[in-house]
Design a protein around this ligand. Structure first.
Ligand code: DAT
Ligand code: MG
Length: 141
C-alpha cells in the first residue's frame, strides 16, 4: 500500500451546469476510488490564479479563468492507489475531440469553438500538484 494517493478533482462549470456532477462522481466511485471531501462552490479569481499558475501567460489563460469563475463547480478530493494517473485516464485527453470514447471527456465533452476547451473535469497531474491544489480548495484537509 505504498502508492495510496489523493487527487483534486473539479467538475467544471460546464459539467456542473449540464447536470453531469453525479455522472462524474459515479464513474469515480465505480472505478473504486474513495470520496474524501466534496463541495459546491463558485471559484474566485484568486483561487483560480493559484490553481492555474502554471498556465499564466498562455493564450487560453484569461478565457480559462473567465470560464472557471463563470458559475458553480463541484470540487472533490479522491483517494486510492495511483488515483492521480487513474483519474487522468478516466478523464481522457485535454481536447474533448481527441479524448477516447469511454472517458469522461470523450463520452460527455465536445469542442464548442471557443478560446478555452470546456472539458468537464480537472484532475491533478502529479502528487506535488495534488498537494498544492488540495491546499487551495480544501485548506482544512
Ligand atoms: P488538463 O486539464 O488536461 O490537465 P492543462 O492543464 O494543459 O490540461 O490545461 C488546463 C485547461 O486549460 C484544460 O483543461 C483546458 C484548457 N486548455 C488547455 N490547453 C488549451 C488550448 N490549447 N486551447 C484552449 N484551451 C486549453
Ligand atoms: Mg492540468
Amino acid at each position: 500500500m505504498t502508492d495510496t494517493e489523493r487527487s483534486l478533482v473539479i467538475v467544471k462549470p460546464d459539467g456542473y451546469a449540464r447536470g453531469l456532477t453525479g455522472e462524474v462522481l459515479r464513474r469515480i466511485e465505480a472505478k473504486g476510488y474513495t470520496l474524501v471531501a466534496l463541495a459546491v462552490t463558485t471559484p474566485t479569481r484568486e483561487q483560480l490564479a493559484a490553481h492555474y499558475a502554471e498556465h499564466e501567460g498562455k493564450p487560453f489563460y484569461e478565457p480559462l479563468v473567465e470560464f472557471m469563475s463563470s458559475g458553480a463547480v463541484t470540487t472533490a478530493v479522491i483517494e486510492g492507489q495511483e488515483c492521480i494517473k487513474g483519474f487522468r485516464s478516466l478523464a481522457g485527453a485535454t481536447n474533448p475531440t481527441d479524448a477516447a470514447p469511454g472517458s469522461i471527456r470523450g463520452d460527455l465533452g465536445r469542442d464548442w469553438g471557443e478560446k478555452v476547451q470546456k472539458n468537464i473535469v480537472h484532475g491533478s497531474d502529479s502528487p506535488e500538484s495534488a498537494a498544492r491544489e488540495i491546499g487551495i480548495w480544501f485548506p482544512g484537509l
